[in-house]
Write a protein that binds this ligand. Structure first.
Ligand code: CP
Length: 343
C-alpha cells in the first residue's frame, strides 16, 4: 500500500461492483466502502442535474412508490424528481388520504404495495423500525426516507456528498480528522444519528452539543464527544451542522423558551467566529430562523470563492444522492451485468 492508497475499509472489493444490500434502511448497515460507492455514483447525477435536459432512461418501465406517513418537502420532492429523472413512473402515496386512516396495518399496507409489483418503495414513518418491518415483507428494494428517531440515511449521504465536494474544492480529500460539530436536538434526531454513524465510519471527529434534556444517554458509545456548551463544541470546527428542535417528537417542553434556546444554542454570527475561519455551515432543513440559526448565518454568501452556507447546496445534492440510491438498488431487478441476484 502506498501513502496515497485509501484505507482498506474504504476501498471497493476487487473486481466487483455489486452493492450487497436489497434495501437502504440505515447507515448502520453500510461498510465505509459502500458509503463511498454511493457518493461516487452520485457524482454523475450532480452533473446531469446541472444540464438543461435532466433525463435518462435507466429506470424506464419501473414503478416507484413514495409512501410518506409524515410530512416532508425536501425528501419527498427529491425522491420524486430523482425517480422521474431516471425515467421511472413515480407514484406518491399520502398517508392522510390512504386506507391507513381506516385502520389498515403497516404490514397489510406493505402486502398491498407488494401485490402491485412495484419496483422500489420509499418510506417515511414516525415509528423507528417501521421501514425495516416493511422491507422484510416485500420483494422490491425499500429505501428509508426517515423513520422516527432511528435513521435518515439519504440525508446523511447527501450531507457527506456536500462535505466531500466542499473538501475537494479546497484541495482536500479526506473525512479523516475533519472536525464536525452537530448541535441541536440530538435526542430526537434521526439526521444526527445517521450523520454520526456515517462520519465516524469515515474517520471524522464528531462533537455533539445539546441541552442536557436533549442529549441521549451514553452517546459516547457512538464514538462522539458530547458538549452542553455550544461555545466549546464549535471551537475550531470545520463543519457546523445545526438541527431544529423536533417538537413533534416531544411529549412536553424540553427547553424553557425559544429565546433562551437561541441564546445558549443558536448559531449566531458571533458564535460562528469561534469555528475555523473556513467553517462550512449546514442544516438539513426545515430551519427555524432565529431559533437554532440566525438568518445572516443561514444565508452567508460565498467568501473569496469559498462556500460558507451549504444549506441550498445540501438540497441540490439530495436529488443526486437519491438518484444514485434508486439506480444502485434497482440494478439487480434490471439485470445490469455484474449484478447477480442476492442469495
Ligand atoms: N431534511 C428533511 O428531511 O427535510 P423534509 O422533512 O422537508 O423532507
Amino acid at each position: 500500500m502506498t501513502a496515497t492508497d485509501p484505507p482498506a475499509s474504504t476501498r471497493y472489493p476487487a473486481g466487483g461492483e455489486a452493492f450487497p444490500h436489497k434495501d437502504l434502511t440505515g447507515i448502520s448497515e453500510l461498510a465505509p466502502w459502500q458509503i463511498l460507492y454511493l457518493l461516487d455514483e452520485a457524482e454523475q447525477w450532480v452533473e446531469l442535474n446541472r444540464q438543461r435536459t435532466k433525463h435518462v432512461d435507466a429506470l424506464a418501465g419501473l414503478t416507484i412508490i413514495n409512501a410518506f406517513f409524515e410530512n416532508s418537502t425536501r425528501t419527498l420532492l427529491s425522491f420524486e424528481i430523482a425517480g422521474k429523472r431516471l425515467g421511472a413512473d413515480v407514484v406518491n402515496m399520502h398517508a392522510a388520504t390512504s386506507s391507513v386512516k381506516k385502520g389498515e396495518t403497516l404490514i397489510d399496507t406493505a402486502a398491498t404495495l407488494n401485490a402491485m409489483r412495484v419496483d422500489a418503495i420509499v418510506i417515511r414513518h414516525a415509528s423507528s423500525g417501521a421501514v425495516r418491518l416493511i422491507a422484510d415483507q416485500v420483494d422490491c428494494p425499500v429505501l428509508n426516507a426517515g423513520d422516527g428517531r432511528h435513521e435518515h440515511p439519504t440525508q446523511a449521504l447527501l450531507d457527506a456528498l456536500t462535505m466531500r465536494r466542499w473538501l475537494r474544492s479546497r484541495g482536500l480529500e479526506e473525512f479523516n480528522g475533519l472536525k464536525v460539530a452537530i448541535c441541536g436536538d440530538i435526542l430526537h434526531s434521526r439526521v444526527a444519528r445517521s450523520n454520526i454513524l456515517l462520519l465516524t465510519a469515515l474517520g471524522a471527529e464528531v462533537r455533539v452539543c445539546a441541552p442536557p434534556a436533549l442529549m441521549p444517554a451514553a452517546i459516547e458509545q457512538m464514538r462522539v464527544t458530547p458538549f452542553h456548551r455550544f461555545d466549546e463544541a464549535i471551537e475550531d470546527a470545520d463543519v457546523v451542522m445545526m438541527l431544529r428542535l423536533q417538537n413533534e417528537r416531544m411529549s412536553g417542553p424540553f427547553v424553557p423558551s425559544a429565546r433562551e434556546y437561541r441564546h445558549l444554542y443558536g448559531l449566531t454570527q458571533t458564535r460562528l467566529e469561534r469555528a475555523a475561519p473556513h467553517a462550512l455551515v449546514m442544516h438539513p432543513g426545515p430551519m427555524n430562523r432565529g431559533v437554532e440559526i440566525d438568518s445572516n448565518v443561514a444565508d452567508l454568501p460565498e467568501i473569496d470563492g469559498m462556500v460558507r452556507s451549504a444549506i441550498t447546496g445540501q438540497v441540490e445534492m439530495g436529488v443526486a444522492i437519491r438518484m444514485a440510491c434508486l439506480d444502485v438498488l434497482t440494478r439487480r431487478a434490471r439485470g445490469v451485468p455484474g449484478w447477480e441476484p442476492l442469495a
